[in-house]
Design a protein around this ligand. Structure first.
Ligand code: BDR
Ligand code: CA
Length: 309
């Protein structure tokens, strides 16, 4: 059983990742950190609260993360993919009770749960803040799983950059340079984690759990958005859910260990770079980069977890 703190910015694929984490018996979610990213922090928080309510898991604290990237600039949101409110056509009810826990609570959770894993599927600003708080907190975490980057493949927000690393490249680079036991799931693998409406319907036939039922509308919106972006795609990539699936089933992917730099300058901003020459493999700050995914194994795991009891 993996105990995790999940950093997210839901967002549709973040929401599916939250559902996956809540429904997976191999994962215990200790807290969810809400930050700006696909939508603003307030909307992300409402969406998390709604998902927790549907799951009957209001006991899980929602921790208030960051509002904006470390540059202080206004974030760019992506309504064309996630919908204006981040859950496609679905809106949390007006009378939803939402309570935010202070960021400093992370200190207590991390100190009380040695060996836990942090999973960050959003911009890395809040994760960088954890490091900047000091107290050696990041040393008490056994491993970090991060969705971000694109290595020698096209980006998704610029020709070279992926959205999470582009959103706050300074934070992402700080994480790459200072954190130990990092695993990153870049677009190389997450773009392959395509879910179609057929897969969604398989899941919907397996359970009538209210949390899972919203997949119907949410995934339809997300898949239609991707079809407009990439003609012929047939489904949409679950970047964030596959990162969690890889955490539980690391043998489903293949990693290569290399140092990673995220470009922070204006030119090529957010680009992730690693030296894949054999001669560079014994570097000091090596990071586990997933470059291959067993798609069939992911599909099987996703359907089993989402449709499970
Ligand atoms: C990543 O960016 C976000 O928009 C998605 O939720 C995912 O975490 C993909 O590049
Ligand atoms: Ca995300």
């Amino acid at each position: 059983m993996k105990k995790i703190i999940l950093f997210a910015d839901p967002g549709i694929d973040d929401s599916v990742a939250i559902m996956y984490a809540l429904r997976n018996p191999e994962i215990k979610v200790l807290a969810i950190v809400s930050s700006y990213g696909n939508v603003d922090k307030e909307q992300a928080t409402d969406n998390i609260a709604y998902l927790l309510k549907l799951a009957g898991r209001e006991d899980i604290p929602i921790i208030g993360g960051t509002n904006a990237p470390s540059s202080g600039e206004t974030p760019t949101y992506y309504p064309e993919i996630h919908g204006k409110e981040g859950l496609g056509p679905i809106r949390p009810p007006e009378d939803l009770q939402v309570e935010l826990t202070n960021f400093s609570e992370l200190y207590t959770i991390i100190k009380n749960n040695p060996g836990l894993t942090i999973v960050d599927v959003g911009r890395n600003t809040s994760l960088a803040a954890l490091f900047l708080l000091g107290e050696n907190l990041t040393k008490d975490v056994s491993e970090f799983y991060i969705m971000g980057g694109a290595f020698l493949v096209p980006g998704n927000v610029t020709p070279l950059a992926e959205a999470n690393f582009y959103g706050d490249p300074t934070a992402s680079n700080l994480v790459m340079q200072n954190f130990d036991n990092l695993y990153i799931a870049p677009l190389n693998v997450t773009n392959k984690a395509i879910i179609t409406m057929e897969h969604v319907n398989t899941v919907l036939d397996m359970t009538d759990h209210p949390l899972v039922q919203i997949l119907d509308d949410v995934m339809e919106y997300y898949i239609e958005a991707y079809k407009k972006l990439i003609p012929g795609i047939g489904g949409a990539p679950l970047h964030d859910a596959v990162t969690l699936s890889l955490m539980v089933n690391p043998s489903m992917g293949k990693t290569i260990r290399r140092e990673v730099e995220v470009f922070t300058g204006v030119s090529g901003m957010g680009t992730s770079s690693a030296d894949f020459r054999v001669s560079s493999k014994n570097a000091e700050k090596n990071i586990n980069i997933f470059l291959e995914l067993d798609y069939e194994a992911f599909l099987k795991d996703f359907i089993q977890v989402m449709g499970g009891p």
